[in-house]
Design a protein around this ligand. Structure first.
Ligand SMILES: [Zn+2]
Ligand SMILES: [Zn+2]
Length: 158
């Protein structure tokens, strides 16, 4: 008999697949918001719908960078997932956020404010950026949001 997949594997796999839809030339990130094992919202990083597609508009040089070297136009995957839920009047209090890259400090503030209770991430933002500490993760943990790095079977595939 085939082993039944854990929900962590299912939602993280979806987040990884969603990240592949991103037009970002630098880093692709996917996010899934889940409540009681049901999907509430999804998102991936990119400028607001109907504005820019960075890879198509600036295929050579990439899109304009901000002071931290990130895309200056993009909403992050978590922001897109949260905004969609808010826009549609869906409560995300108590949700679990699955995200392929741990939240940056700006997203961490939003995650906390929206009362998301748990964050499971695949890869470390600090490691990706070459920073000493994961500011976003530290912030969330300090103020009582449960944060864990994904440890499931998918971790071996990436
Ligand atoms: Zn961009
Ligand atoms: Zn962010």
């Amino acid at each position: 008999m085939q082993k039944r997949p854990a929900y962590d594997d299912i939602f993280m796999e979806l987040a990884v697949n969603l990240s592949k839809r991103s037009h970002c030339v630098k880093r692709q990130v996917g996010a899934v918001l889940v409540k009681d094992t049901r999907i509430v919202s999804i998102g991936y990083n990119g400028p607001p719908a109907g504005t820019h597609n960075c890879d198509e508009q600036w295929p050579e040089e990439g899109c304009p960078r901000d002071s931290k070297g990130s895309c200056s136009l993009a909403l992050h995957a978590e922001e897109n997932a949260i905004l969609y839920a808010v826009q549609n009047g869906t409560s995300i209090e108590g949700c679990t956020l699955y995200v392929t890259l741990s939240p940056c400090i700006a997203c961490a503030r939003i995650v906390f404010s929206m009362k998301i209770s748990k964050v499971i991430y695949l890869q470390s933002y600090a490691q990706y950026k070459g920073l000493a500490i994961d500011e976003g993760v530290d912030f969330l943990q300090r103020f009582g949001v449960e944060v864990a790095q994904y440890q499931g079977t998918l971790a071996n595939l990436t």
